[in-house]
Design a protein. Structure first.
Lengths: 439, 123
């Protein structure tokens, strides 16, 4: 079955209407020597059974958290996903709905987005959150542009202890929008805040790339002294336990929502979180769903705000996002609802406990942490030799040990960034330490 | 259409009232009527230096978003913050309660239209 809706007769009829005999006549503009003669050199089609087995054999070559002990975090985390998440997001009403934003027929979807926004705002301690962004990195870059639009300044300052990939995305956005990116050094695993010049914003991560819980009081003061906004890239799970950035007076809080019910999926799809203060609502990228009343005073959810610039005044826009990550945001919504406040706190506490246990064990085995900072669920460990080699050798023993830091931070070739989520058990951590010791 | 005789106008539909070196600026009755229900007004920051004909803010209605322009050069010394919560004042009272900004003028008022010329302009 060819899966092509037009029959030969259909095509002939269409060609007849436009007065062409053969379809090749439509390709006249393409020089003769550039045209494909004959068939593409592809193997013949396989049947479904063969194809499934072939793809399965490819998939089996992947290393996943289901097969090995997983300590690789660095932005995406192996957290437990309740079965209810997969079951509900697989429903056709959600899974295959395209732009489900007409209030007349999409009350269910719109309500989930409204709940998502409310819960993200609460986790971050902010006035409001939008309907989601592509991922954490683009949310951060959009926040920097928003800060520039609010302050009228073109320099943005970002900590060296912010995820290196996020900073790369920021540089790409900055290049295209004439922003200057200033990097604030890290020292001892935390951001040095007094180096910033006159800037639109100071961007720090919480916890930062090394796991350190940054001092947001100091970051707020540094931003205030420069008339700058404070942007915090925050792990939503950590915010279930730590004082949220909003309580430190952050102006914009962004983050990656993947740890809340979204599979790591080899890097995507992800979901960006974006929250701010009410005074900046008109500058927010993306869209916001609101609760209103219909003509008969019944509650109803509608797309309340989309910054017009993004649709009709693109030359004035500070963002080009005209969408959101609805399905992944839905997964996060179900996750937050299923776990509740206590469940999320318990996930965060398990991460802290596992991480503290790991630090003690690694230290006792002669592998101290890189920095003496307070960390949340991830830590840079000095493995005493090239960390990339260590990672490769431990993988042979069924342990994905983490991220070697040398590629991102020259001089840190012997350091491995490892995350200890609630999915790890003490016996696994003991095995990791023993394996490292016996390398 | 209400076009008060004592005011000056621009082709981009702002009105201006000069008192000493302070110019009060708003949009005309014709402009608000064309825009329809106004839902948001973005005003420039106090202290901003503006050139004549420079876009200094925007007015969003249920139909569209339009920039508004400084009719004269100078410094923004005041803005109508009541519009933050009551943008509809621009519809209901364009020449008084719906004013937008006050500019301390650094130059003259060249190129502005009187009421009669503005009336002709909008036909």
């Amino acid at each position: 079955m060819p899966y092509i809706p037009h029959t030969a007769a259909d095509r002939e009829a269409m060609l007849g209407v436009i007065g062409v005999e053969r379809i090749e006549e439509l390709w006249r503009e393409i020089p003769e020597d550039l045209r494909l003669k004959g068939e593409l050199n592809l193997p013949s089609a396989r049947d479904e059974n063969q194809l499934f087995n072939y793809l399965l054999s490819l998939a089996n070559q992947n290393i996943s958290a289901a097969k090995v002990d997983w300590y690789l975090g660095a932005g995406l985390y192996d957290r437990y996903i309740p079965a209810t998440v997969g079951a509900l997001i697989s429903r056709g009403e959600f899974l295959t709905a395209y732009t489900p934003y007409q209030p007349e027929l999409s009350q269910g979807y719109l309500q989930t987005i409204y709940e998502f926004q409310s819960m993200v705002a609460e986790l971050y301690g902010m006035d409001l959150a939008n309907a989601s962004m592509y991922d954490g990195s683009t949310a951060m870059a959009e926040a920097a542009r928003m800060a520039s639009a609010i302050t009228g300044k073109t320099r943005v300052s970002v900590s060296e202890a912010v995820h290196p990939n996020y900073r790369e995305v920021l540089r790409t956005y900055a290049w295209a929008s004439d922003l200057e990116v200033e990097t604030l050094k890290q020292e001892g695993g935390a951001t040095v805040l007094d180096g910033a010049s006159d800037t639109a914003c100071i961007i720090v991560q919480y916890p930062n790339f090394f796991g350190t819980i940054e001092n947001l009081t100091a970051a707020r003061m540094a931003a205030d002294s420069l008339g700058a906004l404070l942007i915090v890239v925050a792990d939503p799970v950590a915010c279930a336990l730590l004082k949220p950035p909003g309580e430190y007076g952050a102006d914009i809080v962004v983050g990656e929502g993947q740890p809340m019910g979204v599979a790591m999926g080899f890097g995507g799809p992800l979901v960006g979180l974006f929250a701010t203060k009410t005074e900046h609502i008109r500058r927010i990228p993306g869209r916001i769903v609101g609760l209103t009343q219909d003509a008969q005073n019944r509650p109803g959810y509608v797309m309340t705000l989309r910054t017009r610039e993004q649709d009709i005044r693109r030359d004035k826009a500070t963002s080009n996002i005209c969408t959101n990550e609805a399905l992944m945001a839905l997964a996060a919504t179900i996750y937050m609802t299923a776990l509740g406040k206590n469940g999320m706190q318990s996930v965060a506490e398990s991460s802290v406990r596992n991480t503290q246990y790991a630090i003690e064990q690694f230290r006792a085995a002669g592998f101290p942490p890189a920095f003496n900072t307070k960390v949340f669920g991830e830590v840079a460990i000095n493995v005493g030799q090239n960390a990339a080699t260590v990672r490769d050798r431990l993988l042979d023993q069924g342990i994905m040990a983490g991220l070697p830091l040398g590629d991102y931070y020259p001089g840190m070739e012997n350091f491995l960034l490892a995350a200890f989520t609630e999915n790890r058990r003490k016996e696994q951590i003991d095995r990791f330490v023993a394996a490292l010791k016996h390398l | 259409m209400n076009i008060p005789k004592q005011l000056k106008y621009t082709k981009s539909h702002e009105w201006i009232q000069v008192d000493g070196d302070i110019a009060t600026v708003g949009i005309t009755d014709h402009a608000q009527s064309e825009l329809g229900d106004i839902v948001f007004v973005e005003l420039p920051a106090v202290g901003r230096t503006v050139n004549a004909q420079e876009s200094v803010g925007s007015i969003e209605s249920v139909k569209t978003v339009s920039d508004f322009y400084a009719p004269v050069a100078g410094e923004v010394v005041e803005r109508n913050d009541a519009l933050t919560s009551e943008s509809e004042l621009v519809n209901s009272d364009p020449y008084a309660g719906g004013w937008l900004i006050k500019i301390k003028m650094s130059g003259g008022t060249d190129g502005l239209l009187d009421a009669e010329s503005y009336a002709k302009e909008i036909g």
